[in-house]
Design a protein around this ligand. Structure first.
Ligand SMILES: [Mg+2]
Length: 190
């Protein structure tokens, strides 16, 4: 069975960090307004205060949106593939405080994807050492390093700086939604 490694934030769930910034600043930014990987980079000098607040008070998974059809597609992928959820939790800007992110991510995955064997939840800071055949992520650097014969990049504003040729040279294919992932990985199997 081929192994698939699937990222969590902005791959299965979305806009959690955006909501945290909007709640903190009382703003109404939309995902299409943000072209940086870290949403909080738009805060400028207020970023450090936001990070202190964030790690003390916010669990983005309390109220987070799923990318349409992500969970149901992953459930079906489990019939044909060996599926691992691999989420980075180490924030180099707040090393000790990062431990709460690991707990929140683990809790959300266990509660919302009970069909995933909890032993196949990988919380790390080094995704590139995890051996797999297929990777699904929204961050190019997570896809270009390490293992994987098939590398699918979820389309987001923050990864638009990579054009088709850039991605092709890295062996990465841009995908726009989970229905497309379903057709790539499950067509002909169901
Ligand atoms: Mg991600």
């Amino acid at each position: 069975m081929q192994k698939i490694m699937i990222d969590l934030d902005e791959t299965i769930v979305m806009d959690g960090y955006l909501k945290a910034v909007n709640d903190y600043k009382n703003t109404n930014y939309k995902a299409e307004d943000i072209d940086t990987y870290y949403v909080e980079d738009i805060l400028g000098e207020e970023k450090e205060a936001f990070l202190d607040h964030f790690y003390k008070n916010v669990n983005i998974y309390d109220d987070i949106k799923e990318l349409p059809n992500a969970i149901s597609t992953i459930k079906d992928l489990c019939k044909y593939y060996d599926v691992y959820i691999c989420a980075a939790f180490v924030d180099p800007r707040r090393v000790l405080e990062s431990k709460v992110s690991a707990m929140y991510k683990y809790e959300w995955i266990v509660k919302n994807m009970p069909f995933i064997d909890p032993r196949k939840i990988i919380l790390t800071g080094s995704k590139d050492v995890v051996m797999c055949d297929i990777k699904i992520d929204d961050k190019v650097s997570n896809l270009k390093k390490g293992y994987g014969k098939v590398k699918l990049l979820l389309d987001h504003k923050h990864n638009q700086k990579y054009d088709f040729e850039d991605l092709e040279s890295l062996g990465i294919r841009r995908v726009y939604n989970w229905d497309q992932i379903r057709s790539i990985l499950l067509e002909g199997r169901e």
